[in-house]
Design a protein around this ligand. Structure first.
Ligand SMILES: [Zn+2]
Length: 370
């Protein structure tokens, strides 16, 4: 077994690492295919568990966004209640307790503590209360919701909601800053367009802002779109009193923090804490970066999160939680579990740690800046 495991690991590592083996143009597509193939083959298998053993930490943080009954119609910007239920059932059958972020920190410091998972929901969507909370209540599972000030006050530049509405409501759309025209005949073409435009934006604030004239031209009001889906102050205050709910920070403006100068980046983080604490009348100790990739937040942002008084900062770097993370608590990894449909193997690869192994080409199991 160990011979097989060693060689498969080397083979996978080399193929994923060495783009010179395939022409540059196909290498990215091939790597993606290879990774998802490996994930499918190994995500929920004994071999996968063995390969990923190093990557299995003491805890696992999962990220959700919207919860939709119609996932396709909402362009896969959330997952179904059934998926949340499947995740909860899988965590339960693995014997992991679902805990709050404070309990997670305590368990990381205690070698005897049981394995755990933390469930996080970003952005303050109203459907979290309607569709997620009843399921969480059934399982007695706590949840942490990371809320940007601007979602509650409707002042956020929610380009992702504008983009979804634009693609849902038209059969053909021109995205001028991209110099692209998209024909939108059905759900798959709308989904494909959303992925391409989102990929084009990447972590570039200027590109996201360049969509404004397109939204205006189509008469889309972002504050109205935000009000349709996000909790307001009264709803959030009420939601926060639920015994299973912890509210965390998610910046004021929900922008790519790396694109802001020092003072603006710090202010965007710190003001959100002040806002939430005065609205909710209690300490807000935990934080998630609005975009948690390497390009969107790094060392500077991690220092600001601690300086603002938060105990944790959750990124979207892939990986599980290890005791070593107590020293880098403002760069904690999270695995996404809430966009579109997850196959059993994709879920398995998050649970056993294989996902980080594949994403990082078998790099350090303890995620931080990378
Ligand atoms: Zn967010």
């Amino acid at each position: 077994m160990s011979y097989f495991v060693r060689n498969l690991r080397r083979f996978a590592g080399e193929l994923l690492e060495d783009p010179a083996r395939v022409p540059a143009k196909v290498s990215t597509a091939l790597k993606v295919k290879l990774k998802s193939g490996l994930e499918e083959a190994l995500g929920a298998s004994a071999v996968g568990d063995r390969l990923a053993a190093r990557y299995r930490g003491r805890g696992l943080v999962l990220m959700f966004h919207e919860i939709h009954d119609d996932v396709e119609g909402n362009l896969r910007m959330g997952c179904s209640p059934e998926q949340l239920r499947r995740v909860l059932a899988a965590l339960k059958s693995e014997g992991r307790d679902i805990v709050t972020p404070d309990e997670a920190l305590a368990r990381l410091a205690d070698p005897q503590a049981k394995e755990f998972a933390v469930l996080t929901f970003d952005d303050g969507y109203r459907d979290n209360r309607i569709r997620a909370l009843p399921i969480l209540e059934e399982f007695g599972a706590p949840m942490t919701m990371f809320v940007p000030t601007g979602m509650v006050t409707r002042e956020v530049y929610a380009w992702w909601l504008g983009l979804r509405a634009l693609l849902q409501r038209h059969d053909e759309v021109e995205i001028e800053p991209m110099a692209r025209r998209f024909r939108l005949a059905d759900a798959p073409s709308r989904n494909a367009a959303l992925r391409q435009i989102t990929l084009w934006i990447g972590t570039d604030r200027i590109r996201a802002e360049a969509l404004k004239p397109t939204f205006d031209r189509h008469g889309l009001s972002l504050p109205e779109l935000v009000a349709e889906v996000a909790m307001d102050e009264r709803e959030l205050k009420d939601f926060a009193t639920h015994p299973l709910v912890t509210i965390g920070g998610h910046t004021t403006s929900h922008t790519f923090l790396a694109g802001l100068d020092d003072a603006a980046a710090y202010k965007d983080i710190a003001d959100n804490k002040v806002y939430l604490e005065s609205l909710l009348g209690g300490e807000v100790r935990h934080f998630a970066y609005p975009y948690g990739t390497e390009g969107a937040c790094g060392e500077r942002e991690a220092a600001y999160v601690l300086a603002a008084g938060f105990a944790t900062g959750f990124t979207t770097r892939s990986g599980q939680l290890f005791p070593a993370h107590l020293a880098t608590s403002s760069l904690l990894p999270r695995e996404d579990a809430g966009f579109a449909y997850m196959t059993p193997a994709q879920m398995g690869s998050r649970l056993n740690g294989m996902r980080r192994a594949l994403v990082t080409h078998f790099a350090d199991p303890v995620a931080g800046l990378r």
